[in-house]
Design a protein around this ligand. Structure first.
Ligand code: GLN
Length: 493
């Protein structure tokens, strides 16, 4: 029965429509899988009663002829989303015990479309990281294994990626500030889509870097990403950065025909030190798209090399401001105080004990680059660089390029504890191919495209024009089909 958890959204929808299964059966299968795969650390909080209640409601709605697009589909929700009455902790000690009094717009829209939340998924603390190791819950583990080494599922949406790859749920939400949907998707052989900035509401998503954060679907197939994005996206009057644009039927835009489309290959992404097999996969991806009738063109994004340094100024700056609200008064954790401690000691002790090391590093870097003496030298400079990076992409799209193909990550999944211990920059380098896309606010998707020599998944990234997720998904589906990625990790349940 647990096999039902292996279904894609579209297959489950067909089975539900045909009366071959029920949401309750799907949900029970997923809950059993979650229980059997506890060693993965993918879920931080499981909500079985709530899930079964929603599943029963979904089955009733379907019987009454009122089935929304995600009706009865069991999904996991990243712990960064506020979910009413359910622990919403952003994988941080400082939000210990916090139960949100309201639901994030994205998770509310999914719920209203009939999706069944199974629980909250592990992640890096406040979405800061690329390996899920900064989580207060401990790391999530990649279901793919080599030599019995425990590998990271990537981050920060590591729990989401692990849960989808291991068939603990049919799909999951993620968020992506610098790569946190696409990099974990690449590390786990799943599909991860970061929409255009503003496509999904940020209301109720714990803020990391507000000008970069964007929610998106993490799924088993490109088609599922199209289905789920439609349910997640849309204008929200309560988020002034969400776009007042119609949300098309992305699934209906999957034509399978990309003849005549121009796919750009940016020469600046051919970085020294990138493993041969990543470069070879990139070349193969371009060939696949050419064989499908697309025109492959050489393009230049000249400011690419400044993206990572600019991101690691802007993101910490915004984070330091956003995280000022955690003071021990309003949310979650408050440190025990000693006789004579005043409010300053309360703030200091709470923040010292409540935040992990990486979060503190970001707060300190962010405060530094925003300080009066250094604002122009760092923060303002980084903002100018950001404009140049955005312009690079605009020029390429103005030249008629429809989408850009790049590797998703500079390596396959690495071992837990292997990177960033001595030098955090080693970890930051994971984002080298994904971060420019956030700085420019563009949609990007990672598609599983092959295995490395050790048998671990590798992803290719496609970047699209703003608001054209439909066209991007169309190219991504052609790539997915041509790559024929069918490998799966061994079952964990
Ligand atoms: N790994 C990047 C960081 O640590 C991106 C994280 C994200 O996209 N949330 O900031």
């Amino acid at each position: 029965m647990t096999e039902l958890a292996s279904l894609t959204i579209s297959a489950a929808r067909d089975a539900l429509d045909a009366g071959e299964t029920t949401s309750v059966a799907l949900t029970e299968a997923c809950l059993a899988a979650v229980e059997g795969a506890g060693a993965l650390g993918a879920f931080a909080h499981v909500t079985p009663e709530l899930a079964l209640e929603r599943a029963r409601a979904a089955d009733a709605a379907r019987a009454g002829g009122d089935a929304g697009p995600m009706c009865g589909i069991p999904v996991g929700i990243k712990d960064l989303f506020c979910t009413e009455g359910v622990a919403s902790q952003a994988a941080s000690r400082i939000l210990e015990g916090f139960r949100s009094p309201y639901e994030s717009t994205v998770s509310a829209q999914l719920r209203d479309a009939g999706a069944v939340m199974l629980g909250k998924l592990n992640m890096d603390e406040f979405a800061m990281g690329s390996s899920n190791e900064t989580s207060v819950y401990g790391p999530a583990v990649n279901p793919w294994k080599v030599d019995d080494r425990s590998l990271t599922p990537g981050g920060s949406s590591g729990g989401s990626a692990a849960a989808v790859a291991a068939d603990l749920c049919l799909a999951a939400t993620g968020t992506d500030t610098g790569g946190s949907i696409r990099q974990p998707a690449a590390f786990t052989g799943t599909v991860g889509l970061k929409p255009t900035y503003g496509r999904c509401s940020r209301l109720g998503i714990v803020a990391f870097a507000s000008s970069l954060d964007q929610a998106g679907p993490m799924t088993k197939t490109v088609r599922d990403a199209a289905i789920m994005l439609r349910a997640m996206a849309g204008h929200d009057p309560k988020d002034s950065t969400s776009a007042d644009l119609p949300v098309p039927d992305f699934e209906a835009m999957l034509s399978g025909d990309i003849r005549g489309k121009r796919i750009g290959i940016p020469r600046e992404y051919r970085l020294e030190g990138t493993p041969d097999e990543i470069l070879a996969l990139w070349d193969r991806g371009a060939e696949m798209l050419r064989d499908a009738g697309a025109e492959i063109v050489d393009i230049s994004l000249p400011h690419t090399r400044y993206a990572l340094p600019a991101y690691y100024v802007i993101a910490p700056a915004e984070a330091s401001s956003n995280l000022a609200r955690y003071d021990g008064v309003r949310y979650g954790y408050r440190a025990p105080l000693s006789q004579g401690d005043g409010i300053v000691e309360m703030y200091e002790k709470t923040r010292a004990e409540g935040f992990g090391a990486e979060v503190k590093r970001r707060v300190m870097v962010g405060t530094y680059v925003l300080s009066a003496g250094f604002y122009d030298a760092y923060y303002n400079r980084a903002r100018k660089v950001r404009t140049l990076i955005k312009r690079d992409f605009e020029q390429v799209f103005d030249q008629g390029v429809d989408a850009i193909l790049t590797p998703a990550t500079p390596s396959a999944a690495f071992g837990l504890g292997e990177k960033g211990q001595a030098d955090p920059v080693e970890m930051y380098l994971n984002d080298v191919f994904t971060v420019p896309v956030n700085l420019a606010g563009l949609p990007g998707i990672s598609v599983p495209a092959g295995l490395d020599r050790q048998g671990l998944p590798l992803g290719l990234q496609l970047v699209g024009r703003p608001w054209e997720e439909g066209a991007l998904l169309d190219v991504a589906e052609v790539l997915e089909r041509a790559a024929g990625f069918v490998a799966k990790p061994a079952k964990w349940w």
